[in-house]
Design a protein around this ligand. Sequence first.
Ligand SMILES: [Zn+2]
Ligand SMILES: [Zn+2]
Length: 430
Amino acid sequence: MKKLLLPLLLISGTAFGQTKLRPEIDKKAAAIEDKVIEWRRDIHQNPELGNNEVRTAKKVADHLRALGIEVQEGVAVTGVVGILKGGKPGPTVALRADMDALPVSERADLPFKSTVTATYNGQETGVMHACGHDTHVAILMGVAEVLAGMKNELQGTVKFLFQPAEEGIYQEGVTSWGAKQMVEEGVMKDVDAVFGLHIGSQMEVGKIGYRSGPAMAGVDNLEITVHGTQAHGASPWSGVDPIVTSAQIVSGLQTIISRNVNITQTPAVVTVGAIHGGIRHNIIPEKVEMIGTIRTFGDDQQNLVHRRITEIATNIAESAGGKADVNITKLYPSTINDPALTQQMAPTILAAAGEGNVIINELITGAEDFSFFQREKPGLFISLGGMKKGGEPTKTPSHHTPDFYIDEGGFVLGVRVMSYFVVDYMGTKK
Ligand SMILES: [Zn+2]
Ligand SMILES: [Zn+2]
């Protein structure tokens, strides 16, 4: 047995202590597929917006408790933390699933389609798992069941993080995310490494994608107010025109990407999404307000872009005799996969997905609040295929849209790879 096992382990590239548990994981994950699908459909049909995931949280907590896992509820409002202590000492590995749905009305014709409605920002709206977080919850519930069933063999502790509000809470005076709040409540203190996945509606079932280092963008909101001096539109020389100044600022901001960012390393985005100023064709207004979004990859680039925005806006306004107030609000940090952890886990991903099914992701200018966990401890965030086999990505509805659809055939791979992460990491950690 030993003689046989060693060459196999070397072939897979990971001669780790606990890779021997993989066949057992495969068996248990396959056996649980129907249950994972059933949980997912139930959660899909009963979606809840950020910080309102009461029913979902209860379902998770009840499930974990039934497995003999220690449960904490009400973490970061509606979050659930499960702690599974293995039979042997070792590191603590955190696995994360986000639970929140979105204010989107589902259009897809499914037997488990959501008909839930809610009030969001004062508007009546449908509620839908239009980002696939229902699948993340169901997959992690499956992982909990698989690992609880082999608890005595585990060399360490598994910490399950079922977090609320990944999509953020944007209310008067409050801007926050479930992961940020969970970190503030101390969930990462005893964790050695954290893993998470995101289902992808435009990536084929059976595939896993990942990327070392910066993988998803950091997102910041931009607000610029340009103050001028009001004047008659017929005599601009008697005032300071904030509209002309704003036009120069918008053009100036575009030079940050073309002239300041090292485009051989990582791209960045500065978008002005709205400009408001003026009321009549012959009145030069007193001020113009513009808002936009900034996407960067990593702290250095973020600092550079922020500094240049402020310099360009304030100096252009000053040169016109006016003034610009720049206000940048940091939202999500960049999702950065720890390079050493990513390298260590690459063979694990290959072992789970199989040859030909691993994709090195392109940079994504969208964001994920998983980044808050990664700022605390080394973390790896992967994408899991959720598009039906043979589908055409460009013709498949994207996330956050009413026709968003996930093929259920990839869930078992999700359960397997997350479980592999745990046992492989535990096996290598000294
Ligand atoms: Zn989303
Ligand atoms: Zn999402």
